[in-house]
Write a protein that binds this ligand. Structure first.
Ligand SMILES: [Zn+2]
Length: 173
């Protein structure tokens, strides 16, 4: 169960399950200092999980916070995985397509967020099409490349289309 999975990494000090979470008025973030933060709607979001794990690896008091949705919108970017309609409507021009090198292939994807680890190395949380849905992974910067400019729009549209088709999250109003 997803809920059980979350309990493994949301310790009570990081995220208190007893705190009511209002989907219509609140969002979830993994804080990033002064940088733009990705906001999420669902605790079960795989990208939130990946961002949290990356923040933990980067070592500065990783946590998941509940914030007001309006403030999250002012200061951050909607998650492509759990808020794809919001990303499409409000943020599509700022989404960052990328090429992800794996051992066997090069995939097209979207770079959701960057973080720098304790050794000064950058890592990204990337989303890509995997089967009928979206996969996500934490990838070091040296495995990420820019896409050709003429592929940019197609990659973004495709990832959003897959996310909208497979996400069971209702859109925020
Ligand atoms: Zn999300």
């Amino acid at each position: 169960m997803v809920r059980g999975f979350y309990r493994q990494w949301f310790s009570p000090t990081r995220f208190n399950d007893d705190i009511p979470f209002d989907l219509a008025a609140q969002a979830l973030i993994v804080p990033r200092g002064a940088d733009r933060t990705v906001y999420h709607q669902y605790r079960e979001c795989g990208a939130l999980d990946a961002d949290y794990r990356l923040a933990e690896r980067c070592g500065r008091n990783a946590c998941v916070k509940v914030v007001g949705l309006q403030a999250a919108r002012r200061h951050g970017a909607p998650c492509v995985m759990c808020l794809p309609k919001e990303a499409q409507a409000r943020y599509i021009s700022k989404l960052t397509p990328c090429l992800i090198s794996t051992e066997s292939e090069i995939r097209e994807g979207i770079l959701l967020v960057w973080r720098r680890d304790r050794n000064g190395m950058w890592h990204g949380v990337v989303l890509f099409q995997e089967g009928d849905g979206l996969g996500r992974e934490i990838v070091p910067a040296d495995r990420l490349r820019k896409t050709a400019p003429d592929r940019r729009r197609d990659i973004v549209s495709q990832i959003l289309r897959v996310s909208i088709a497979t996400s069971n999250c209702p859109p925020l109003e």
